[in-house]
Design a binder for this molecule. Structure first.
Ligand code: ADP
Length: 497
């Protein structure tokens, strides 16, 4: 029998046992067809290890496990106890921060400092939702004296969750937090590029106290395992984070199968607006962080930077220096800010967008080239002389590439800011509070940051207007994505009419 663990090493933890199996019913198992796929280190382009690959048959097994748990053991667990298991899980994540962060850096390429930040946010998110578990309440409604009506909130059932590779652990936490707190069971598929950290995390699920089948985590590809989840007749809800194109196919599959509930967190092309009166040093720091954080691999990345004409030249000069000073390199160096892109495919896509910007006549202010000669590293890149029709101004690049444009009036910049099919996030930099609120109100985006960027928090809903998605993750609001509402009408005796 092939092993479902393998020994790996990271520069900060040394040797450790990496689970490689599918995590179903609280155990690591091989796939039915015993297939595996390779996981690549994006910093070196070398194979880290192989993991077991789930196909449609494995999805069936995982869904059956989740169904059995939903109708059996998990039903017997009180909401308070559910919350306790989640708190235990959060504590186990905190205890293992070094290992989880190191595996995340190894597999995804993000800097170790940021990976540690992600793991801290994972624990906080799971703990937060654990706190909600025993606070899900219904209500009563007075309609008639001989009747008693109440409204009850119930879990939806078996939830399929499909996550991307840019924040492998954090996206997992955002998904499982509200689903577990509300009493659902889960089959979660990680992204094929980054399965490793979630498998390390899976080891803590049993230890935290969850019964078998409540949280199943599988590795596999989108077209096979992912599609099997979204079209499965026994999955009651699918939650997805990823590209808009895949989001559409998931919604179609859900509609064509059993009309399972759907929530989607998709792409973005977020405007980052700097007015003449902004604190320019601060604005440059936040604009830099807004685009280059996580190597530009954020759905909310501030890719379209609009700077008012009075400070435009000064801003561009200072921003160029700032972008060039970002440390690009080995994610395990503590000073590294930007690691490699996640895969060859992403690297090629991003370089394709850089070429398209050049062909369309935009000017490269800095970057535009590969960084080094090994690994999927790309220089922080800034385009200027852009027009709104250019591909680099309309499409999501998902890399360290931004475009900077000049504007004159508030009215103009609101129009430009909203000139996109997306509506995930936006930012405004100004010292005028009236303008900050006016512009925030006018921008059609699910999140607006004022004088900052990427300040996400598990207590605040996050999600998109327009083609950026359906529903909201995080905060109290996300709980509703995982609840059904039942109205109960009781006749208190008396005649029929
Ligand atoms: P990217 O293009 O950046 O890799 P995707 O949206 O393709 O982002 O992938 C996000 C997640 O969606 C991954 O877990 C991937 O396996 C999954 N996925 C891709 N295609 C499909 C599909 N047709 N059905 C379901 N899931 C899919």
């Amino acid at each position: 029998m092939a092993s479902v663990f393998t020994e790996l090493k990271t520069p900060i933890t040394g040797a450790y046992q990496q689970p490689t199996g599918l995590f179903i019913n609280n155990e690591f198992v091989e796939g039915v067809d015993k297939k595996t796929f390779e996981v690549i280190n994006p910093s070196t382009e070398e194979v880290i290890c192989s993991v077991h690959e789930a196909n449609e048959k494995d999805v069936d097994i995982a869904v059956a496990a989740a169904r059995k748990a939903f109708e059996g053991e998990w039903r017997k667990v009180t909401p308070g106890q559910r919350g306790r298991f989640m708190t235990n899980l959060a504590e186990l994540v905190e205890k293992n921060v070094d290992l989880l962060a190191a595996v995340e850096s190894l597999d995804n390429g993000k800097s170790i400092t940021m990976a540690k930040g992600d793991v801290g946010a994972v624990a906080a998110c799971i703990r937060y939702y654990g706190g909600w578990a025993d606070k899900i309440e219904g209500s009563t409604v007075d309609i008639a004296p001989d009747m008693f009506h109440y409204i009850k909130k119930e879990p939806i059932g078996v939830c399929g969750q499909i996550i991307p590779w840019n924040f492998p652990l954090l996206m997992l936490a955002w998904k499982i937090g509200p689903a577990l707190a509300t009493g659902n069971t889960i089959v979660l598929k990680t992204a094929e590029q980054t399965p490793l950290s979630a498998l390390v995390f899976a080891q803590f699920v049993k230890e935290a106290g969850f019964p078998p089948g409540v949280l199943n985590i599988i590795s596999g590809f989108g077209k096979t395992a992912g599609a099997a989840i979204s079209s499965h007749m026994d999955v009651d809800k699918v939650a997805f984070t990823g590209s808009t194109i895949v989001g559409r196919s998931i919604m179609k599959a859900a509609a064509a199968s059993n009309l399972k509930k759907v929530t989607l967190e998709l792409g973005g092309k977020s405007p980052n607006i700097v007015f003449d009166d902004a604190d320019i040093e601060q604005a440059i720091s936040w604009v830099n962080y807004g685009i280059y954080y996580n190597h530009g691999q954020c759905c909310c990345a501030g890719t379209r930077i609009y700077v008012q004409e009075g400070i435009y030249d000064k801003f561009v000069e200072a921003f160029k220096k700032r972008a060039q000073a970002n440390k690009v390199g080995d994610p395990f160096h503590h000073e590294t800010f930007q690691g490699p892109q996640v895969s060859q495919l992403q690297y090629d896509r991003i370089m394709g967008y850089i070429e398209s910007g050049k062909e369309d006549g935009a000017t490269i202010e800095v970057g535009g080239e590969r960084h080094g000669d090994k690994g999927y590293f790309i220089q922080p890149t800034i385009f200027s002389n852009v027009t709104s029709e250019m591909k680099i101004m309309q499409e999501e690049i998902f890399g360290p590439v931004c475009a900077i444009a000049k504007f004159s009036t508030e009215e103009d910049v609101i129009k430009h800011g909203n000139d996109t099919i997306y509506g995930l996030a936006a930012a405004v930099h100004t010292q005028d509070v009236n303008r900050a609120i006016r512009v925030s109100n006018a921008l059609r985006a699910g999140t607006v940051w004022v004088n900052c960027y990427n300040m996400l928090h598990h207590q605040l809903p996050f999600g998109g207007y327009k083609a950026s998605g359906i529903g909201r993750e995080l905060g109290r609001e996300a709980l509703n994505n995982y609840l059904e509402t039942k109205s109960v009408a009781i006749r208190l005796g008396g005649a029929l009419f």
